[in-house]
Design a protein around this ligand. Structure first.
Ligand SMILES: NC(=O)C1=CN([C@@H]2O[C@H](COP(=O)(O)OP(=O)(O)OC[C@H]3O[C@@H](n4cnc5c(N)ncnc54)[C@H](O)[C@@H]3O)[C@@H](O)[C@H]2O)C=CC1
Ligand SMILES: O=C(O)CCC(=O)C(=O)O
Length: 387
C-alpha cells in the first residue's frame, strides 16, 4: 500500500492511472509521495516517510531540490508534457501585443447599447489597428521543450526566427527547424529582434537576466514575452522601458503586484499550461513516474537524482540506495551483500552532481537487517527494499 498527497488539484486523467494500492491521505506527513503543481514547498517540513515528489509541470523552482536530495527524496518533473499549451499561448501573446484586440473588444463591450454600433465601429477601429507577425524577427531565448515549439511555429507564421541556447540538448537540436538562425550571443538576439520570448528555467544564473542593460540593447518598440517565470525579468526596469517606449508591450504569464495594471503590460494569470490536454499529459506522466519509482525503484525524469531504469525485477528481489557521489560506495555495498552470501543478479549505478543512485537485484530474499547495515554506511541517504 502506498500513500499519496496532492498539494494542488491534479487532473483526474492522471489519478485514474493509480491502482488500488494507492491511497490518498489528508496529512502530507503520512505520504510516500506528494503530487504538486505550483504550490510553494520551500517552507514545508518533510517527514521520513516521504520518498518522492512529482511536479506535474516543468518548472521546479517551487521545490527545495537540494533539501529533498539530502533527505533521499527524489523529485520528478514532466518535461515537455505541457509545452504545446504554452506554445499556443505565446503565439496568442504575440498577436495580442501586435494588434489591440483587447482594446477593440473592450470598445465593443462599452458600446453594446449603441444602436449604430456597426457604423460607429468602422470609425473607431483605427484606434485599435496594429501590425502583422509575418516578416518580423523573433528571438527565442532557451530552446528546450517550449522554445523549440515556439520557434518552429513562428517560422510557419512567416517570422524570421533567431534562437539562443548555449546548453541546447541534442534532442532539442534535432527537433529545431533548420530555418532558425543560431544566435551566438544573447546580445545579438537583443539587438536584432522585433519580438523576444524567454523560455529558460528560473535559476540563480537566469534571474533578472532581462534587466536595464538587456532592455537597453533591444530595438526601440520591441515586444517582450515572458511565459517562463516572473523573476527572469527585472520588473522595475521593465516599467521604465514601457514608459519610455523602449518596449512597446510586455506580455507576461505572471501577475505580480508590481506589474499588474501597468500601461503597456499584458498580464495573464499563469494560464500557459492550463489546458485540458496539458493538465492531463502532466498528471499522467507524473503518476506513471511516481508509481514506477515506488514499486520498482526506477527513476525517470528526476531533477535532483540521476535517471536510472532497470525495468521490472522479475523473480529477483531489488534493493535501491540513494547516496552521495563519492569513492568506494559500491565497494562497501557489495561487501555487505557478499558477507551475507547474497548473489547480485543485476546492478546499475548512476550519478548526478553530488548525488548517486544504485539499484541492485538479488536472486534471493533480502533481509531487513541487510538494509539496516547498508544504512549505516557513511554517505548513504536512504535504502529501500522495493519488492
Ligand atoms: N507559463 C507556464 O504555465 C509554464 C511555464 N514554464 C516555464 O518555462 C520554463 C521552460 O520550460 P521548458 O521549455 O519545458 O524547459 P526545458 O528544460 O525543456 O528548456 C529550458 C531550456 O533553457 C535553456 N537554458 C538554460 N539556461 C539558459 C540561458 N542562460 N540562456 C539560454 N538558454 C538557457 C536550457 O538549455 C534548455 O534548453 C520552465 O522552466 C518553467 O519555468 C513551463 C511550463 C508551463
Ligand atoms: O501547473 C501549472 O499550471 C503551472 C505550469 C508551469 O508553470 C510549469 O510547468 O512550469
Amino acid at each position: 500500500m502506498y500513500h499519496y498527497y496532492c498539494l494542488n488539484q491534479i487532473s483526474e486523467a492522471g489519478m485514474e492511472g493509480m491502482t488500488e494500492q494507492y491511497v490518498p491521505v489528508s496529512d502530507p506527513g503520512k505520504a510516500d509521495a506528494i503530487l504538486v503543481r505550483s504550490a510553494a514547498m520551500h517552507d514545508m517540513e518533510f517527514s521520513p516517510e516521504l520518498k518522492a515528489i512529482a511536479r506535474a509541470g516543468a518548472g521546479v523552482n517551487n521545490i527545495p531540490l537540494d533539501k529533498c536530495a539530502e533527505r533521499g527524496i527524489v523529485v520528478f518533473n514532466t518535461p515537455g508534457a505541457n509545452a504545446n499549451g504554452v506554445k499556443e499561448l505565446v503565439i496568442a501573446g504575440m498577436l495580442l501585443a501586435s494588434r489591440d484586440i483587447i482594446g477593440g473588444i473592450n470598445w465593443v463591450q462599452e458600446n453594446e447599447e449603441d444602436g449604430n454600433i456597426a457604423k460607429d465601429a468602422e470609425k473607431a477601429k483605427k484606434a485599435f489597428a496594429g501590425c502583422e507577425l509575418e516578416g518580423k524577427k523573433l528571438g527565442v531565448i532557451g530552446l528546450g521543450a517550449i522554445g523549440v515549439l515556439v520557434a518552429n511555429a513562428a517560422t510557419h507564421l512567416g517570422m524570421d526566427v533567431y534562437g539562443f541556447d548555449p546548453y541546447v540538448s541534442v534532442d532539442s537540436a534535432w527537433r529545431l527547424s533548420r530555418n532558425i538562425h543560431h544566435a551566438k550571443t544573447v546580445d545579438e538576439l537583443y539587438k536584432n529582434c522585433d519580438y523576444i520570448t524567454i523560455h529558460v528555467p528560473a535559476m540563480d544564473s537566469t534571474k533578472g537576466m532581462i534587466d536595464k542593460n538587456a532592455l537597453g540593447l533591444m530595438k526601440k518598440g520591441v515586444i517582450v514575452l515572458n511565459f517562463a517565470r516572473d523573476v527572469l525579468v527585472n520588473e522595475e526596469d521593465m516599467i521604465d522601458a514601457l514608459e519610455s517606449g523602449q518596449v512597446r508591450h510586455y506580455v507576461t504569464d505572471f501577475p505580480t503586484p508590481v506589474i499588474a495594471g501597468v500601461k503597456g503590460a499584458i498580464v495573464i494569470p499563469h494560464l500557459g499550461a492550463s489546458t485540458e490536454e496539458s493538465e492531463d499529459n502532466c498528471a499522467k506522466m507524473a503518476v506513471r513516474q511516481i508509481m514506477d519509482y515506488l514499486e520498482y525503484g526506477n527513476i525517470r525524469n528526476s531533477v535532483n537524482y540521476p535517471d536510472c531504469d532497470m525495468g521490472m525485477p522479475g523473480e529477483n528481489k531489488r534493493i535501491v540506495l540513494l547516496h552521495y557521489n563519492k569513492p568506494n560506495m559500491i565497494g562497501q555495498f557489495t561487501r555487505i551483500l557478499a558477507d551475507d552470501n547474497m548473489n547480485i543478479a543485476d546492478m546499475a549505478n548512476k550519478s548526478k552532481g553530488g548525488y548517486a543512485y544504485t539499484m541492485i537485484d538479488i536472486d534471493s530474499e533480502i533481509p531487513e537487517r541487510v538494509a539496516d547495515d547498508l544504512r549505516q554506511i557513511d554517505g548513504v541517504l536512504r535504502v529501500r527494499i522495493v519488492n
